[in-house]
Design a protein around this ligand. Structure first.
Ligand SMILES: NC(=O)C1=CN([C@@H]2O[C@H](COP(=O)(O)OP(=O)(O)OC[C@H]3O[C@@H](n4cnc5c(N)ncnc54)[C@H](O)[C@@H]3O)[C@@H](O)[C@H]2O)C=CC1
Ligand SMILES: O=C(O)C(=O)COP(=O)(O)O
Length: 526
């Protein structure tokens, strides 16, 4: 039975889903060295933002197949290290969107009306109505940095509250921004014009300290900023300085450069700086959503099924996958076959997508062909996650072409590879939607289903040669399941494709090559 480690607090509904297929151990708050010690036992790891999944942990996780982040941000996971090891990383892209957006709006209103401090004041016995005179958000300008899922919901609600909206997001179209009632502008203009600024973008090397002393200096002295995205997008020291000296009017911060927040000047910055301990996703609804979303994906992957929100494997949305699945199998089979015909040290892989498949999302098909190509050398160490990286690290050049006009079959793939045994090419198509047929080998037409053990020969088309190969295999006690010859012209060159029931015994290939008329012979195991 598979084993899943849950190392952050996850709603019980997620644990129940995982328990259908695995032994689930919930161990939260583990120090890194303890996690490294126990991780080798586990097939899956389920986390939130509390666990840092470093390269060291990933390398220690020799059985790990999947890391599930019950939330959005995967900046606490070394995704490249997981990818290299072929470990799938999945998240829940939408499960906590509303929770994070509502927390942002709560922060914005709390900042405007000093609710945290006023609450503190009355609870300590006072009745102070002078200190806490606030400001309205109505008719004020809100600048949204990052107009993705959370930013979009914040825009919708803020618009309903009568706010004017600016947005900065280099990856969003003007039409999309307009649809949300936002004017898409450059960041400088947003910083200068906004009364409120809210951040909803990932933390990356480019966005680290996006808000620093220089950008804070551009903001209005009456402006307030909210960060419910990621710690480190704002330079905390510069922020404290800007709030304390009145360069800006206030800030509300849910996420921190280092979490949990330790000793920090943020804690003593006064009523204009509001802090919450990374609570953006902490609603009952969001925690149920993300737990179900990620637990289901972990369960599926442990059962050998695909995940719907993989971070490190492109283009595999379930609806795309369903349509492509037979072609992925075809691409993998052809990649595996051509790798064995081309021999070791493959330098290049050409893949041509023909007919209906030419208009599909081709990236998964190319990855499947690479997985097949590398599977002979790497066995189960190559998978959909690391196939592209493994190919790149081996210097394999990948060329992809499409030709929708080819109509021989509904859809077909031509996969060619150049390796130590020269350049070889195989074509395959699907019969009846999902049955694989090899339809061409090195330009010779054939029509054979793939078989676990196969023998391919290139020979001169002349009487007697088929009989000789048949008796030779018989003398080695090899049973032939099917045999087919493909040729372009009578008595020219031809290929013979044999499906055999057992692996070819050692030495037989050398004997086959001695048969007059045989130019080349290859054994293939699929
Ligand atoms: N405080 C909390 O508990 C939570 C925080 N988050 C964080 O909120 C952030 C946003 O999440 P979602 O809206 O779900 O993500 P999303 O992927 O839907 O949106 C992110 C947006 O940021 C934009 N973006 C990327 N680089 C940018 C740049 N350099 N400048 C401006 N925009 C840029 C993208 O184009 C995208 O539209 C993430 O950092 C996520 O980790 C999410 C959930 C809860
Ligand atoms: O989903 C995210 O990106 C979050 O920041 C939420 O973090 P959490 O799951 O509450 O530790």
């Amino acid at each position: 039975m598979s084993k899943v480690l849950v190392s952050d607090p996850i709603d019980q509904v997620g644990i129940d889903i995982l328990s259908q297929v695995a032994q689930v151990d919930v161990k939260t708050g583990l120090p890194p060295e303890e996690l490294i010690r126990i991780i080798p036992e586990y097939d899956a790891l389920m986390i939130r933002s509390g666990t840092r999944v470093t390269q060291e942990i990933i390398e220690a996780g020799t059985q790990l197949k999947i890391i599930g982040r019950a939330g959005v941000g995967v900046d606490n996971v070394d995704v490249p290290a997981a990818t290299r090891r072929g470990i799938l990383v999945v998240n829940s892209p939408e499960g906590n969107t509303i929770a994070a957006a509502e927390h942002t709006l709560a922060m914005m209103l709390s900042l405007s009306r000093y609710i945290p401090d006023a609450n503190q004041s009355i609870k300590s016995g006072q009745w102070d109505r002078k200190t806490y005179v606030g400001v309205e958000v109505y008719k004020k300008t809100l600048g949204i940095v990052g107009l993705g899922k959370i930013g979009a919901h914040v825009a919708t609600v803020a618009r309903a509250m009568g706010m004017k909206l600016l947005a900065y997001d280099p990856f969003v179209s003007t039409e999309r921004a307009e649809q949300l009632g936002c004017r898409l502008v450059e960041i400088d203009l947003l910083l200068r014009e906004a009364d409120y600024i809210t951040l909803h973008l990932p933390k990356t090397p480019e966005t680290t300290h996006l808000i620093n002393a220089e950008s804070l200096a551009k903001m209005k002295p009456t402006a307030r900023i909210v960060n419910c995205a990621r710690g480190g997008i704002i330079d905390e020291d510069a922020l404290v300085e800007a709030v304390k000296t009145g360069k800006i009017a206030g800030a509300a911060i849910d996420v921190f450069e280092a979490e949990p927040l330790g000793e920090s000047s943020l804690r003593s910055a006064g009523k204009d700086l509001i802090l919450t301990p990374h609570l953006g996703a902490s609603t009952e609804e969001a925690q149920v959503n993300v737990a179900i979303d990620v637990a289901e994906q972990i369960r599926d992957v442990l059962l050998g099924l695909p995940a719907r929100s993989a971070v490190n494997i492109p283009g595999l949305r379930p609806e795309v996958l369903e349509k492509l699945r037979p072609y992925l199998q075809l691409a993998e089979t052809l990649g595996n076959l051509v790798a064995q015909l081309a021999g070791g040290r493959v330098e290049s892989l050409n893949i041509r997508l023909q007919g209906e498949v030419a208009s599909s999302d081709t990236q998964p098909i190319v990855i499947a062909a690479l997985k097949g190509l590398l599977s002979h050398a790497l066995q189960e160490r190559v998978n959909y996650v690391n196939a592209s990286i493994e190919a790149k690290e081996r210097g394999i050049r990948v060329v992809e072409t499409r030709d929708a006009s080819v109509k021989d079959y509904t859809g077909s793939l031509v996969v060619s590879a150049k390796g130590s045994l020269g350049e070889h090419s195989v074509t395959g198509a699907l019969l009846g939607g999902d049955e694989i047929r090899i339809t061409n080998v090195d330009e010779f037409p054939v029509n054979v289903p793939p078989n676990r053990y196969m023998l391919f020969t290139l020979h001169r088309d002349m009487p007697g040669i088929i009989g000789k190969i048949g008796s030779l295999l018989g003398s080695f006690n090899v049973n032939i399941a099917s045999m087919q010859v493909g040729r372009k012209i009578v008595r020219g060159d031809a290929v013979m494709v044999l499906s055999i029931d057992d692996p070819l015994p050692d030495g037989i290939l050398a004997e086959i090559l001695k048969v007059p008329g045989i130019r080349d012979a290859y054994t293939v195991t699929l």
